[in-house]
Design a protein around this ligand. Structure first.
Ligand SMILES: Cc1cc2nc3c(=O)[nH]c(=O)nc-3n(C[C@H](O)[C@H](O)[C@H](O)COP(=O)(O)O)c2cc1C
Ligand SMILES: [Mn+2]
Length: 499
């Protein structure tokens, strides 16, 4: 099992999922342009071994940019992980003493993997830079787009602790490099890191943070995962790995970090200090404008001997985050269903940058049920950012966008079926009149019932009858039309590509 970046890179190389590039390429724009072309062509991960600015440190990019690579990184496919989560959920309400014992025994390996394991030293500490030796310029931090405000660390895991409860959080928040020892800290106001910062500020305290790069390949996914605030990302990592993550204490701050990391950047943030951050070519495909964000002061950098620097780029979709975001959708569906059991399936299309559109199918149980589901989603963690929610019936394949357009546009009467609400929106939503606050729209595209005030006869979908389908199947070979074509209209799904 791979538990660090270099083993993962070796594994990808064996699987022909990674290409080494020995040609000199610049961390400023050039790696980005190459990675963008390769990811959009569904190509391999890349290891740039001769980076112009920092020849000693190679850059790995595109590590999660295919379904195969992502499954290798997560130690299983998202589908299998979802099944494991579903099983875990199912075992919880089991009844009776023997049931409980059996469940307990079954869960034991899982529970054992959920903790972290404290170790006294780790490879991430092979080299230490303290005091004046701290220099972020030694890292091959990419400048991704020409309009960017500078170089940004794009695959960072930011470790903080809640100053009141001590609870750990890990989030992926981009890091703008200001100088040798100062960076931005782009935790958006709705994220858990920002909450830790606010709680520390209320006590007049600086907050300590560690920015980690590398480690077990599943860790960045855990940092992205929209876990509830009470759930430790490292516990989730243990669940994915089937083994606890080994954690080592930082040099200058009271934070533990994964011992297998490539880099650990330690530092603190003053509660009162902020500084313009950005612009940054973001995953919406637009530049996010300059805004004030907290400032991170580096106290220490430790790294492995011969470190490898992991990166990603975002921009006009699809990018590498399409695979990561897709896996989030698949893996968290069972958890969403515990809150919204009538939800059958959900799709956050990558073109809509995940937060702009959620298509959900439901098994409608009562009149106007679609509205209950919209509001439930707007109240559920980061799904609150869903700018548009389209609710369809359970016979619609939400992953087939052609089918969704066909069904939804036929089924809605806008005046009746659109609900517009106010609320917090994604910080990256540039259309909102204010940063982080605006409106959201729900479309009830389900078939309308008489009890919902629909007074006409709702039409049936056009499909062939079973007898005729069988008859045509039987005579097909005599029609001179080559191999048998399946009947397209059987389930009322769109199966043909658009002309
Ligand atoms: C490549 C990438 C970059 C991201 N950059 C940021 C960022 O700069 N700021 C932010 O608030 N969220 C960013 N996110 C999203 C967060 O990582 C995500 O919302 C995560 O669930 C936050 O964790 P938290 O709930 O523990 O705060 C990024 C996600 C990805 C995949
Ligand atoms: Mn979290």
């Amino acid at each position: 099992m791979t538990s660090n970046l270099r083993d993962f890179i070796a594994l990808l190389e064996r699987r022909k999922e990674l290409v080494r590039i020995r040609h000199a390429v610049a961390a400023r724009l050039e790696i980005s342009e190459i990675a963008d072309r390769v990811v959009k062509a569904q190509g391999p991960a890349l290891l740039f071994e001769n980076v112009v600015e920092t020849p000693a440190v190679p850059v790995a990019i595109g590590l999660y940019g295919s379904h195969e690579r992502l499954a290798l990184a997560l130690h299983d496919t998202p589908q299998n992980i979802a099944v494991r989560i579903e099983e875990l959920i199912k075992t919880i309400p089991s009844e009776g003493f023997f049931g409980k014992v059996q469940t307990g025994l079954k869960l034991l390996p899982t529970l054992k993997s959920l903790g972290t394991k404290a170790v006294s030293d780790g490879p991430c500490k092979e080299v230490k830079h303290l005091g004046d030796a701290v220099d972020l310029g030694q890292l091959p931090v990419l400048t991704c787009w020409p309009g960017d405000g500078g170089p940004f660390i794009t695959l960072p895991m930011v470790f903080t602790h809640n100053p009141n409860t001590g609870r750990r959080n890990v989030g992926m928040y981009r890091i703008q490099i200001y100088d040798r020892r100062t960076t931005g800290m782009h935790w958006q106001i709705h994220k858990v890191g920002a909450q830790h910062h606010r709680e520390a500020a209320a006590k007049g305290q600086r907050i300590e943070a560690a920015i980690c790069l590398g480690g077990d390949p599943c860790l960045p996914f855990c940092a992205i995962a929209p876990l509830p605030e009470e759930i430790d990302e490292m516990m989730f990592a243990g669940f994915l790995r089937g083994q606890p993550v080994e954690m080592v204490r930082c040099e200058t701050i009271d934070v533990r970090v994964p011992a297998e990391c490539e880099y650990v950047i330690e530092g603190t943030i003053d509660p009162a200090e902020s500084r313009p951050e950005g612009p940054f070519g973001d995953h919406t495909g637009y530049y996010t404008p300059v805004e004030d964000y907290p400032v991170f002061h580096v106290t220490c950098i430790t790294h492995r001997r011969n470190p490898i620097y992991p990166a990603t780029i975002v921009g006009i979709p699809p990018m590498e985050d399409a695979y990561l975001g897709g896996a989030v959708g698949t893996i968290f569906k069972p958890l969403i269903k515990t809150q919204i059991p009538e939800l059958v399936d959900m799709h956050l299309p990558v073109e809509a940058c995940f937060h702009n559109l959620a298509i959900v199918s439901i098994k409608k149980r009562y009149p106007n049920h679609a509205y209950k589901v919209m509001h439930a989603l707007w109240g559920l963690g980061q799904l609150m950012f869903s700018k548009v929610i389209i609710v369809v019936d359970d016979d619609v394949d939400v992953h087939n966008l052609s089918e969704v357009l066909w069904r939804a546009t036929n089924n809605i009467d806008p005046l009746r079926d659109v609900q517009i609400v106010k609320g917090p929106v994604d910080s990256l939503n540039h259309a909102a009149p204010e940063v982080g606050f605006g409106s959201k729209m729900g479309l009830d595209a389900t078939r309308k019932w008489p009890s919902e005030g629909y007074r006409r006869e709702w039409p049936e979908v056009v499909t062939m009858d079973a007898a005729t389908v069988a008859k045509v199947d039987a005579i097909w070979s005599q029609l001179g039309l080559g191999p048998k074509l399946a009947s397209p209209s059987v389930n009322g799904h769109i199966v043909a590509p658009m002309p």
